[in-house]
Design a protein around this ligand. Structure first.
Ligand code: G6Q
Length: 567
């Protein structure tokens, strides 16, 4: 059985880290700032205001509470904010040093203090010639060296020049990875299908559940299948278990010749030694760096499967889109800065209006996995309970992020969003142009997204319903209270470049919120305890006589499982 080393668990990683606490400026708890207190008072004073009143008092807000950049129009006028709320939120961002913290990230400061790492995903999309130094070394040339190596490899697979062990070309690429080494590439594969070569299909195996591996490979021919093992550490239990299964599956189908591994496996990792041990030719390993967090890595070599699918040029366009948004975030004043404004609106709803969740609702079927991707980006980054200095926070951090593409969601869970007792702020994402012109569809889709945002904001009163001829007894059931906040992101058209812009928009939105809260958006210690406990339970499931010392519930569940497995 394969047991992953605890490279990511706190005791092992801590053992490798210096025991000295990193130098850190004292964090002023955000709720002690006058700007925060002003927002608390303002929220109290304005909580009775309905969006109908807000629009009546401020009829031009639909044209003015917007931000425009990079073919994206952000309308945040249907948020429950007045102009004064906006000013107070912007003052809070300034007071918390969002701009200075942003500059520190772009500069390569080690802002991930708990792991003593820089946070330089922005370097992954920096154009050639940009200089971003880490410890006095410019990292951009190395980024481009890896991109060029990826392009050579991707082009060989795409053209059929790369031959498998039996001389056949590769028709399916299976990415094996999990979390940050899966969600981004899997989302981008769906999002960029229009740009993908029809010659190659990409599939994504992530779950250690063998059903996942079976589902994604049962109909494949090993002679035409390339596996990319994507793992920053190359020790993650799920990924290495699936990688070993893939290795055995591949060798079985190719006559057992170990030399086949080099023809059917590539790796994306920072761990050369582990990759070599697996039998992957180091020439087919594509590196990245410890300054790239897993959930910020889809534009690194973790995106190799995407580059194979869409080609180096379109992949480069996606990187250019990320960079466009980086530049916008880096240079636009806060009151016009889309990521900052989205972060402030989310913070307002989450903290001051008491809304726990955020629904992200793309009106584009290609963005089917976008909300799932954002769940990790937002919740793993900002689902934290302490400030950078270890003090417990006294305010709400990450929203619960969820969503589905419209219009399907409208026929499923929108009922609750419109008439339920919980307020669910929504981010609607829509595109002006479709990718396939089939007649009326795009207008219908757009009418739907605009109508949903309008209905949520303004609703329909009992009087209006009765005026429509509805009997009085039925009217309460039809009342739509409205006053439900939303953003509407209207982009011109989905493209690789636009996808990069949208992902970077959310990355920097997450950054803005973390900077205001004074938390570390770039570590993820919360996922470690479960991993450590699983390592303890694994042998207990099969040992002849395990000495179970868990709580009563866990002990009983282990016994039940063992009995049903005949152990
Ligand atoms: C993301 C996290 C996490 C990580 C996975 C996979 O920010 O760090 O989701 O990406 O645990 O890790 P490996 O790439 O090391 O297998």
């Amino acid at each position: 059985m394969l047991i992953a080393r605890h490279i990511d668990c706190p005791p092992c990683r801590l053992a490798a880290m210096t025991t000295a606490a990193p130098a850190m400026a004292a964090i002023t708890p955000v709720d002690t700032r006058p700007e925060w207190k002003a927002l608390v008072a303002h929220a109290d004073a304005t909580k009775q205001l309905h969006l109908r009143d807000i629009f009546r008092q401020d009829p031009t807000r639909g044209d003015e509470l917007v931000a425009n950049a990079l073919d994206i129009h952000l309308d945040f006028s249907k948020q429950r904010v007045t102009r004064q709320s906006l000013q107070l939120l912007l003052s809070l961002a300034k007071a918390c040093g969002v701009e200075a913290k942003r500059d520190a990230m772009f500069r390569g400061d080690r802002i991930n203090v708990a792991e003593n790492r820089a946070v330089l995903h922005v370097a992954l999309r920096a154009p050639k010639g940009t200089v971003i130094q880490l410890d006095g070394v410019d990292v951009v040339p190395e980024v481009h060296r890896v991109l060029e190596a990826m392009a050579v490899f991707a082009n060989r697979i795409r053209s059929g020049d790369w031959k498998g062990h039996t001389g056949r070309r590769i028709k399916t690429v299976v990415n094996i990875g999990i979390g940050g080494s899966d969600l981004g590439p899997a989302m981008a594969w769906d999002s960029l299908r229009v740009w993908s070569t029809p010659e190659i299909e990409c599939r994504y195996v992530s779950n250690v559940d063998e059903n996942d591996f079976h589902l994604k490979t049962h109909d494949l021919d090993p002679a035409e299948t390339m596996f990319i093992i994507s793992s920053k550490t190359f020790t993650t239990l799920e990924t290495m278990t699936n990688a070993q299964t893939a290795r055995a599956w591949s060798l079985k189908g190719l006559g057992g010749d170990e030399k086949a591994v080099a023809k059917h496996f590539a790796a994306v990792s920072t761990a050369l030694g582990e990759v070599k041990k697996f039998g992957i030719d180091p020439a087919n390993m594509f590196g990245f760096w410890d300054w790239v967090g897993g959930r910020y890595s889809m534009d690194s070599s973790i995106g190799l499967s995407n580059m194979i699918a869409v080609g180096p040029d379109a992949f480069g366009e996606m990187l250019a889109g990320f960079h466009d948004m980086d530049e916008h975030f880096r240079t636009a004043p806060l009151h016009q800065n889309m990521p900052a404004l989205m972060g402030l609106m989310n913070l307002w709803n989450n903290q001051f209006l008491g809304c726990d969740t955020l629904a992200v609702l793309p009106y584009c079927q290609y963005l089917d996995r976008f909300s799932a991707y954002l769940q990790q980006l937002e919740m793993e980054s900002n689902g934290k309970h302490v400030q950078l200095d270890g003090e417990r926070v006294r305010w709400e951090t990450s929203s619960i992020v969820w969503g589905q593409p419209g219009t399907n969601g409208q026929h499923a869970f929108y009922q609750m969003i419109h008439q339920g007792t919980k307020i669910v702020p929504c981010d609607f994402i829509a595109f002006a142009e479709s990718l396939h012109d089939l007649g009326v569809h795009q207008d219908l889709l757009t009418a739907n997204v605009l109508a949903q945002a309008e209905a949520l904001a303004f609703g329909k009163t009992k009087d209006e319903i009765i005026a429509d001829g509805v009997p009085a007894w039925l009217a309460p059931h039809k009342v739509m209270e409205g006053n439900r906040p939303s953003n509407l992101l209207l982009a011109r058209k989905l493209s690789p470049r636009m996808l990069g812009r949208l992902v970077a928009l959310y990355e920097h939105k997450v950054f803005t919120m973390g900077a205001i809260w004074g938390i570390n958006s770039f570590d993820q210690w919360g996922v470690e305890l479960g991993k450590v406990l699983a390592q303890r339970i694994i042998p207990e499931l099969s040992a002849a006589k395990p000495d179970l010392k868990h709580d009563g519930s866990t002990n009983a569940l282990i016994r039940k499982y063992r009995s049903w497995r005949g152990r």
